[in-house]
Design a protein. Structure first.
Length: 64
């Protein structure tokens, strides 16, 4: 049971990371070095969202 939730959480985290990279790469390439602050903000926001999703799934799975 716990291994299933862990694998789901890991895959979701990978999806969030890859999505954030895909979304942030064109923005960084377009604006050059001035866009690094926006890139960092986008990355941190998406990483926080991903971590919250993982924690929610783990807590939800544990309460079953």
């Amino acid at each position: 049971m716990f291994k299933t939730s862990l694998s789901i959480a890991t895959s979701l985290l990978l999806i969030v990371i890859s999505t954030s990279l895909v979304l942030a790469a064109p923005a960084q390439a377009q604006s050059g070095s001035s866009g690094s602050g926006l890139y960092a903000l986008l990355m941190s926001t998406l990483m926080t969202f991903g971590l919250l999703t993982v924690l929610t799934i783990l807590i939800y799975r544990r309460s079953d």
